[in-house]
Design a protein around this ligand. Structure first.
Ligand code: ATP
Ligand code: MG
Length: 157
């Protein structure tokens, strides 16, 4: 297959699952290909107070940082184990390598764009929509990724 490093951004939605399914159909039989299943945990999901620690004089700063670390740790842990389950199901039928990762970034779009450039990604396969409740053609993350990466992006229902 032409594509060797395929990114599937994963937000726990059915749309993202079908993106993984399509990616497997495209490169699953290629032992030289890698599918990167990646969840971006946006820093905005955590409170600003916990992030800043409240400032230099703040006696609660240290404990806030500790709390931030443990919240982040458990979010990343949950995301990773969820993806591991998905990968277990997919591995039986796939010859390609499948990697799972959960990373922190200012926003999903920035995290995905950064992952694309730092991991030599040559194709992104993602849902047209995700967990958001709004109806419409395209979610904001898909829209932002289409605008910000240079590699081909396949959006799926
Ligand atoms: P919105 O978030 O704008 O309300 P939505 O949730 O319906 O709309 P998007 O968030 O754009 O739509 O989701 C489209 C696709 O983007 C998902 O199917 C998934 O592939 C990817 N995606 C969305 N959020 C994340 C995330 N935090 N990490 C990784 N991938 C994501
Ligand atoms: Mg969304």
């Amino acid at each position: 297959m032409f594509f060797k490093n395929v990114l599937v951004p994963y937000d726990e939605s059915e749309h993202a699952r079908s993106a993984l399914h399509i990616a497997l159909g495209m490169v699953g039989a290629d032992a030289d290909a890698t599918i990167h299943l990646v969840t971006i945990v946006p820093t905005g999901a955590l409170s600003t107070a916990a992030l800043t620690g409240g400032g230099f004089d703040d006696p609660f700063a240290a404990s806030d940082f500790a709390e931030y670390d443990s919240i982040l740790g458990s979010i990343l842990h949950r995301a990773r184990s969820d993806m591991e389950g998905l990968i277990e199901d997919a591995r039986d039928e796939a010859a390609c390598t499948i990697k799972a990762n959960a990373i922190v970034a200012p926003s999903p779009v920035e995290g995905i764009a950064e992952y694309v450039s730092s991991h030599d990604i040559d194709l992104v396969v993602m849902g047209r929509r995700g967990l958001g409740a709004l109806r419409g053609m395209l979610g904001s993350v898909s829209f932002g990724v289409l605008r910000s990466v240079e590699v081909p992006v396949l959006t799926v229902k």
